[in-house]
Design a protein. Structure first.
Length: 202
């Protein structure tokens, strides 16, 4: 945890220093030169830190600096419509980069949570089987089984994943119960039921 905090603090400091450097250059460069565009380079540092609030904060900060640079930069031979266009494009690029960064951070955090959940479920003593939501035949299809389920059923994960749970059913599996489960799940309601399933060896 301290390493992560140190990395985040270093990235924060680097982003602020970079923003100040770009702002100083922006003030020295005449209007008409795309002086606002380098501000975009600040946003990926916040993305790298992986903090959504920091991405927003830095995007707002460099947007304000881009606008401020418009008013404070020297007007040597500037063509007004070009200057305004450059600044608008710079702000657009800043927020596109921020938006993509936010999506990347959210996706990365989701994958991390998924990995943690998968790891936890994999080591449960109870059997766990997860299917997709395609309930009509030939679905649903199994997308995850834990080690306990493989031990209980005698099937390997490779034998089960991609198959329908019907692979575990037999003569003693109650059809009415299966129909009730399907009806409940199709309507988006939770369902609790006991079903007789069979091992690979019967």
């Amino acid at each position: 945890m301290p390493d992560t905090v140190t990395k985040t603090n270093m990235l924060n400091a680097a982003a602020i220093v970079l923003a100040i450097v770009v702002f100083v250059i922006d003030l020295l460069v005449p209007l008409g030169v795309a002086g606002g565009v380098p501000y975009v380079a600040v946003v990926p540092l916040a993305v790298w830190a992986g903090n959504r609030r920091y991405i927003y904060a830095l995007a707002i900060m460099v947007t304000l600096l881009t606008i401020l640079g418009y008013f404070l930069s020297p007007e040597i031979g500037a063509i007004p419509w070009q200057v305004v266009s450059n600044r608008i494009l710079a702000v657009f690029a800043i927020w596109v980069t921020a938006g993509l960064g936010l999506a990347w951070v959210q996706n990365t955090q989701f994958l991390l949570r998924s990995d943690i959940l998968t790891e936890a479920v994999s080591h449960l003593a109870e059997g766990v089987l997860i299917t997709n939501d395609h309930l009509e035949w030939p679905g649903p299809h199994i997308v995850f089984v834990n080690e306990a389920l493989c031990r209980i059923t005698g099937y390997s994960a490779n034998e089960l994943i991609g198959q329908s749970p019907r692979i575990l059913q037999g003569d003693g599996t109650d059809r009415e119960t299966l129909d009730r489960i399907k009806a409940e799940l199709s309507s988006g309601r939770p369902c609790s039921a006991e079903v007789t399933n069979y091992r690979k060896d019967g």
